[in-house]
Design a protein around this ligand. Structure first.
Ligand code: DP6
Length: 362
């Protein structure tokens, strides 16, 4: 498929007004997207677990307006107007306009809230952009007879990507791959797809407990971090490394080899942060407690042989990943040894989930 396939062909009869709501989950990358080209095209392929509990719920109310010269929307976050989110939404609308040509015809009221605590340091752009893309695309669906759901999901992911790259991996569950990779059939830079090869059952119920080391705003945004991969001295080899890791995961996903899984996932997390530390300007998003947690996980794993590992996104918080069959032991370990490193002792228990869902409105 190409970008052109997402431009509506016919002159559709769009609804005059309506209301739609979606819940979209967050996701955690196993092979990281870090570095991008023009138009939100990733510099390397990535793969992620879709989460379940960490999600954004968005309601979109719309009605056609007279003046079609500009975008018009109100934005409410957790019930309150949120002016500082508006520029990001405006940029998003501009980027997706050619694929949803009706955006200037409506006034939108966007009401959004997260299931995870506000300013927990958890990125909400993936779940937020995915939920909004789904709501906006629903208008096209309303106007189309028999739109097939596969196309709808692809287009939702395609649109979400233009809001935030990782958001394209938040439409479907439970393992989603994004970015062209030679070994993966149907892989594309344009949208996320369900991981196409065999996935062992162990990964379908994996747990992710997110340890909130630092709840504040990150000092460097992902977007700035991505841009610092341009001209980065190790960028070319990092992009090759991501391809190699994705290829190596094929056998791991199929046979459930947790030792290999751990080696690849932890290496990806540390490589991501190594890229930040070797950018110009360089920066560090990990905090002392991030390292304390990593060391405690390594010691515990060596002692117990329980296959628990960590990954990181672009921040100080630590995602603790483990199979469901060990959840009792790992939760006990988290409570006795890791909670001390969390801000106010806070952490979020999550697991692999099935993707975004439409919320039926009464
Ligand atoms: C470290 O998707 O937040 O979480 O496309 O600029 O919005 P933008 O970036 P974003 O980057 C996510 C980076 C990451 C790795 C990942 O999720 O793959």
């Amino acid at each position: 498929m190409t970008e052109k396939d997402f431009i509506p062909q016919e002159n559709l009869n769009y609804p005059k007004k309506g209301k739609v709501a979606y819940k979209a989950p967050s996701n955690i990358a196993l092979v990281k997207y870090w570095g991008k080209k023009e138009n939100q095209i990733p510099a390397n392929p990535s793969v992620s677990f879709t989460l379940d509990a960490c999600a954004t719920r968005t309601t979109l109310t719309y009605h056609q307006k007279e003046d079609k010269s500009d975008f018009s929307f109100d934005l409410f976050f957790e019930g309150k107007p949120k002016e500082d989110f508006k520029p990001k939404i405006e940029t998003f609308l501009k980027r997706i306009e050619s694929y949803l040509p009706y955006l200037r015809e409506y006034h939108f009221t966007i009401e959004t809230s997260n299931s995870f605590p506000h300013s927990s340091g958890i990125a909400s752009s993936a779940s937020g952009m995915a939920a909004l893309a789904l709501c906006l695309l629903e208008i096209e669906k309303e106007a189309t007879v028999n739109q097939d759901s596969e196309f709808f999901n692809k287009k939702a992911s395609f649109l979400a990507r233009l809001g935030s790259g990782s958001a394209c991996r938040s439409i479907k569950g439970n393992l989603v791959q994004w970015g062209k990779h030679e070994g993966l059939e149907n892989s594309t830079d344009l949208f996320g797809v369900n991981y196409p090869n065999k996935v062992n059952n162990v990964f379908k119920s994996f747990h992710d407990t997110i340890l909130l080391v630092h709840k504040g705003q990150k000092t460097v945004s992902s977007t700035v971090g991505h841009n610092l991969m341009n001209g980065h001295p190790y960028a070319a080899s990092r992009f090759v490394h991501a391809h190699t890791n994705l290829a190596a995961l094929e056998a791991v996903f199929a046979n459930g080899d947790l030792n290999q899984f751990i080696n690849i996932v932890e290496s990806e997390a540390l490589t991501l942060h190594a890229m930040m530390m070797s950018s110009t300007p360089y920066f560090i998003l990990m905090m002392p407690n991030t390292l304390n947690i990593i060391n405690a996980i390594w010691t515990y794993r060596k002692k117990t042989q329980i296959p628990v590992c960590f990954t990181l996104d672009a921040g100080a918080n630590v995602h603790v990943l483990y199979p469901e069959s060990y959840s009792k032991e790992v939760i006990a370990f988290i409570k006795t040894e890791l909670v001390q490193y969390c801000e106010n002792g806070h952490y979020i228990c999550d697991k692999v989930g099935n993707g975004a869902k439409k919320i039926e409105l009464k």
